[in-house]
Ligand binder design. Sequence first.
Ligand SMILES: [Zn+2]
Length: 256
Amino acid sequence: MDMIEFECNICGQRNRVHQDQFGRETGSCSKCNSTVRMRSIVHLLSMELFGESLSLTEMEPDKSIVGMGMSDWEPYAKHLAKLFSYTNTYYDREPMVDITNPDPSLIGTLDFLISTDVFEHVAPPVNIAFENARKLLKPGGVFVFSVPFSLAEHTVEHFPELHEFTITKDRKNPVLINTTRDGRTQEFRDLVFHGGEGATLEMRIFNKHGLEEQLSNAGFAKPDYHTEPCWERGIYFPQQWSLPLVTRPQTVLSAT
Ligand SMILES: [Zn+2]
C-alpha cells in the first residue's frame, strides 16, 4: 500500500515508488532522477499544448511551436529542442537571455515560455521580469512557471534597494555589499544560495498573494496551479505552497 506506479513523462521509465518518497526537489525516477517539480512542468506544458498528459517520448514533433526555457533542466530541455522550435537560454552564457532586458526581436514570438525556480533569483525590481515574460509570449502563448512561494502574509525581499553589488568573503562567509541608487553602502550576511549549476543567490521569498499580484500587474490571467495529483506521472504535491502553475497573457476584449 501507498506504493505508486508511474511512468516518468521525461524519460518514459516505469517506476514504483513509495508515496513518501515524492518530493518537490527529490529525485524519484530511477532512470533520469526527475523530481516532482520537473515532471509537473512537463505535465503542465503537455496539458496546455495537447490537452492531455503525454510524456516527452510520446509527443509528436511540431516545429511550428516556438518555445523558450530559462535555464531549463537539461534532461527535458534536450527533448523539447527535438520536438519544437525550442531554445533553452541562460542568464550567464549563450544562448543568453536576460529576462530583465531581453532582445526586442524576441517580443511576441513564443508559444510557450518555461521558467521554473528562476524568478526568486532575479535582481529587484522583479516586476520587470514578469512584464517581459508576458511580452515575449504571443497573445495565445502560455507561461509555465514555478517559484518557491509561501502562504505568509508578505513577499520577503532580501535586498529591496539592490543596485550595484558584489559578493565577497568575510573569513569563510559570503557578504553582499550593495551601493544603493542614492549612493549608500549596505552589507548583507546570512545569504541563501540555491545549489545546482552555479549557485544562485536567493533575492526573495514570494508569498502566494504577492506572486499573483505580480502576474496580474504584468498582464497575465489568473494562474492555474498544479493542485491535483497526477499519479500515473508520479506528480503529487502534499503541500499547498510553491506549486507550479500556468497562465496566459490576459485577452484584451475589443470594443467592436
Ligand atoms: Zn525519468
